[in-house]
Design a protein around this ligand. Structure first.
Ligand SMILES: [Ca+2]
Ligand SMILES: [Ca+2]
Length: 261
């Protein structure tokens, strides 16, 4: 089957596309499309900010790539970590809560994130892969991809095959696969979240953590699937029409009864 781009955002016009995304902020967390990218401003771990696709994406043989960047540093120590920018694909539609990440709120999800751990000098960038099925965490993996951080940038990729989810990163030398988990969510229609944590201009004067250039590639629906979807719409429309006719008939009979009196 042909693979096509089913969803993308370059965040270049500095206005969040509300046809594509819902924005969720809690505490003093902010998600802002600015500087031609998606920036996150969250001072403490209890603050959260994320964007979530308005609808589910049909992730069959899917491939999601995006870029994460962190503020450049001049080697000064820091008290809070610069936090993380994470991408989640999840069956459920949830909102952020205090002191929580999306990945702890949804029972069926896969997450890849890049972050600078708090209170962990030297300035080291880690990438984390996680899965959570039925509320139980699958075998998670953490790898240091830059130690110390030189570029402050990493590309992340999450690939869905028929029965696995594969996790990749690229710090400039090409894609490195660092973890594979079984695909166990019972649907491939998933919400996509991009979430930021623990980065702020007050604590970190060099700027914000950010995500950019999200591209989602997946298989096109087969002709049979397209037809099934259309039949679903026809059925829904047909049922709505029948309900309307029933209501009309009810009104007419009441009207006749009233006139008959
Ligand atoms: Ca935009
Ligand atoms: Ca951009």
């Amino acid at each position: 089957m042909a693979k096509v781009v089913i969803f993308e955002d370059d965040f270049d016009d500095n206005i969040l596309d509300t046809e594509k995304w819902d924005k969720i902020e809690c505490g003093d967390g902010y998600a802002k499309e600015q500087n031609q990218r998606m920036e996150f401003d969250c001072i403490y771990m209890m603050d959260g900010a994320c964007i979530r696709t308005k609808d589910t994406l049909r992730l069959v043989e899917g491939e999601i790539t995006f870029e994460v960047s962190f503020p450049p540093r001049a080697g000064s120590p820091y008290t809070y970590g610069l936090g993380a920018v994470e991408l989640n694909i999840a069956k459920q539609k949830v909102d952020l809560g205090y002191n929580t990440h999306i990945r702890y709120l949804v029972d069926d999800s896969y997450t890849i994130d890049a972050g600078i751990p708090a209170l962990n000098p030297p300035y080291r960038m880690e990438v984390v892969a996680q899965g959570r099925i039925g509320g139980v965490e699958l075998d998670a993996k953490v790898v240091a991809v830059e130690d110390p951080v030189v570029t402050g940038k990493v590309k992340l990729k999450l690939m869905i095959t028929n029965d696995t989810v594969e996790f990749y990163y690229d710090v400039g030398g090409g894609w490195v696969k660092f973890h594979t988990l079984p695909y166990q969510i019972d649907t491939k229609k998933l919400y996509l979240y991009i979430e930021g944590h623990g980065s702020n201009a007050a604590e970190e004067p060099y700027g914000y953590s950010a995500a950019d250039n999200l591209v989602v590639i997946a298989e096109e629906p087969t002709p049979a699937e397209k037809m099934a979807e259309q039949m679903g719409e026809y059925t829904t429309n047909f049922m709505s029409m029948m309900m309307l006719m029933l209501v009309l008939m009810l009104f007419m009979s009441i009207w006749r009864a009233l006139r008959g009196k």
